[in-house]
Design a binder for this molecule. Sequence first.
Ligand SMILES: O=C(O)CCC(=O)C(=O)O
Length: 323
Amino acid sequence: MNSQESEINLLFFRGFWLEVGSRLHAYSKKASRNPKWFVMSVMGRFKIVRFVAKSLAKRRQIQNYHSESTASTFKHLDANPIATTLKKDGLYCGIILPKNLQQEILEFAHITCCYGDREPHLGFLYSKKEQIEKEIDRTFLTAQYFNTSLLCPAIKYLGSDPKLIEIATLYLGVKPVYTGSRLWWNFAVKDEKPYDPNKTITFFHYDLDDYACLRFFFYLTDVGCHDGPHVCVRSSHINKKTIHVFSPVKRRTDQDIINYYKSENIVTICGEAGFGFAEDTFCYHKATRPLRSDRLMLQIQFAIHDYGLHNDLKEPSLLKRII
Ligand SMILES: O=C(O)CCC(=O)C(=O)O
């Protein structure tokens, strides 16, 4: 093992124990806020439980969505084959965000504060990032916006887009709930600088946000292979190693993933600004480190329940600007 590999391993395992600690802390906090979420987060990893939970959820008249979907901004998309691909692969690539919405969201991102490393007291405008980093002697790897669905009409609109809802309905098989949006930067950091994978989630993991959950992601910047593309493991939503299902830790090393799923099922998603994809959160996935350009990404999430825990809502009085 060379020194770079041992440094990566060290960070990974440090991350492993950090995750155990932070998970226990986060679990107890979230469980006290929402005991139903706690039950789901323990039991939802089992296929049979997810199946029963979905069956119990009230089925919605899918027919309704067909008639509504003419008003969608994605009216050229056919939801049926997308849902079919999603069921097989857990991933569908090629949902293009119209230029007007891209423009509106980009503009929002430039005139609104984002928050360094997702900390609500570290607000700054994207254009001021380098200046702020020098002033406070800190390198940000990521920055997230808060309250995006409330502040940006284009993002709010996407949460109710009939075509996205139709895809979610066909895929989830039950009435979907829009659980929230997220908009964030992963910043390009030069190769020689140390990089904490925990900040940007650049390790394989899956998310258990509900018994069934679907995310739509849209790139707002061009994302080539050096700009931090998202990576997803095809079909890993329906095929997990038994030991991984029982493990309380959801993160896996790249080698674990390659050994079990094989390289050909690991999909690195590149695309121009506006490129979008849908992904089952139960798939193994990860971000990668941008080396060339910053990546701005939007997430719109649907599930069968809303636990009120998977959104970017933050009390505005808690949000502080650095300068
Ligand atoms: O930023 C990305 O590409 C991945 C994000 C992610 O893994 C997550 O939100 O769970």
